[in-house]
Design a protein around this ligand. Structure first.
Ligand SMILES: [Zn+2]
Length: 426
């Protein structure tokens, strides 16, 4: 691969990897990586990234929710900004790449533009969002919601497990909760948002490819339900006279597996089962279950939920159980912007990789940015598809590939019509 022969990219990829390692040392729980919104560990990580931004000649600021933003100005102060970034917070006992990789690859690519002195048609903004995972306050996307002005001020009153309010956490991270308000547009017009993120799944490894352009972020339905049968003595009630609620739920879980395995793009999981009364010598009288259904297109997901509801009713009828079924959450899929994605595709192709497309089963900051501007995402292969786990890993050569694509992507507007200038990569 030609990339291997570009010592500049190899050096930059090593720097990104080393910085991910450095950020991994910013943690609120020793022996692992945990950085929640407002924590001293996140403050430390942001100060480091801010220093790297300044070193690269990028102007920095914090916004009301405490996001760290770095800007390379455009030709005039009114110019729209192209935003590149991801998040710096983490889940509990996290890996070191989910979030930071996207921030640091973006920072490195924008630093490269700063170094080149090349004139940009738009401002470039590197966003390091302060909360995506929602670990501390159980509200995902605090950072990006604050950035786009869609954060509900009522959330400031939320408290964490130690009764610290979100308002105080916001102050601790350098934010200004009093100026936070829903409906405040971003301080600048946004031309688009591009996020590099580890895949968090095994598809790229299976394809033997380092990168994929994301097609859509899957929509999600969550169902909460209960099968109610009849508890009884496990030793005395004959098998043909039972109304075992757990067997109903087990059958539903298998039906969800069978359906999702048969429909491309569909994912379904029964992740919670609460068995009542929950004793080894009692036939389960009731089982509360969760069902999580995701798909990159909404009709597929909605049809699947209806199909599984029908199936659950049939299982209940056959086993003499009662069924309750509530769809407790339904988030539509977020398609990526076709124009911005095609620019990413062109960049992937130009640096010499096959263009693959993958949907994202996980949510990302791009979900929120999509409310206000076109969004596109680039997935980077991760070892074993593992994420939200200390074993999270990426290859330096894949990071170099992502850097090469972002370089090309950022250079592309200035090179429209001169496709023959493509870098060679064979
Ligand atoms: Zn993430």
């Amino acid at each position: 691969m030609a990339l291997n022969h570009d010592p500049g990219l190899t050096t930059r990829a090593s720097r990104v990897m080393a910085r991910c390692d450095r950020l991994a040392a910013c943690t609120e729980e020793s022996g692992g990586i945990t950085r929640s919104y407002g924590s001293a560990a996140l403050v430390e990580a942001m100060v480091l990234v801010e220093g790297w931004m300044r070193e690269a000649g990028i102007e920095t600021r914090r916004d009301a929710v405490g996001n760290l933003l770095g800007r390379l100005p455009g030709p005039d102060p009114e110019a729209a900004a192209l935003v590149l970034g991801s998040h710096l917070d983490s889940v509990r006992d996290a890996g070191r790449y989910d979030g930071p990789l996207g921030v640091l690859v973006a920072l490195d690519a924008v630093a490269q533009v700063a170094l080149s002195g090349r004139r940009q048609p738009v401002a470039l903004e590197v966003a390091a969002f302060a909360d995506e995972e929602g670990l501390r306050f159980h509200t995902a996307y605090l950072g990006s919601s604050g950035y786009v002005g869609s954060l509900d001020r009522a959330l400031l009153e939320l408290v964490d497990a130690s009764s610290v309010s979100l308002r105080d956490a916001c102050l601790a991270i350098g934010g200004d909760p009093e100026t936070l308000s829903a409906g405040t547009p971003p301080p600048t017009a946004l031309e688009g948002y591009v996020e590099v993120h580890i895949e968090q799944g095994p598809a790229l490894e299976r394809l033997g490819a380092p990168l994929a352009v994301v097609s859509a972020i899957a929509g999600q339905s969550r169902v909460g339900g209960t099968f109610t049968g009849e508890a009884g003595h496990a030793g005395t009630v004959p098998m043909d006279e039972r109304h075992d609620a757990l067997l109903g739920a087990a059958e539903l879980a298998l039906a969800a597996e069978a359906l999702a395995s048969a429909v491309p793009g569909l994912i379904a999981t029964v992740g919670e089962l609460d068995v009542f009364p929950g004793a080894s010598n009692v036939i389960p009288g009731a089982v509360r279950f969760s069902l999580d259904v995701r798909a990159p297109d909404d009709r597929t997901r909605q049809t699947a939920v209806k199909t599984l509801h029908r199936r659950a009713r049939a299982i209940a009828a056959q086993r003499g159980l009662d069924l309750s079924w509530q769809v407790v959450q339904g988030n539509p899929a977020v398609p990526m912007d076709a124009t911005l994605s095609s620019r990413l595709e062109a960049a992937v192709d130009a640096v010499g990789f096959a263009v693959h497309h993958l949907p994202s089963g996980a949510g990302h900051d791009a979900v929120v940015l999509a409310q206000v501007c076109p969004v596109a995402m680039l997935f980077v292969r991760c070892t074993g598809g593992i994420s939200h786990n200390p074993a999270e890993a990426v290859l330096a050569e894949d990071v170099a590939a992502a850097l090469a694509v972002l370089d090309r992507f950022l250079a592309a507007p200035a090179e429209e019509g001169s496709r023959r200038e493509r870098t060679t990569a064979t």
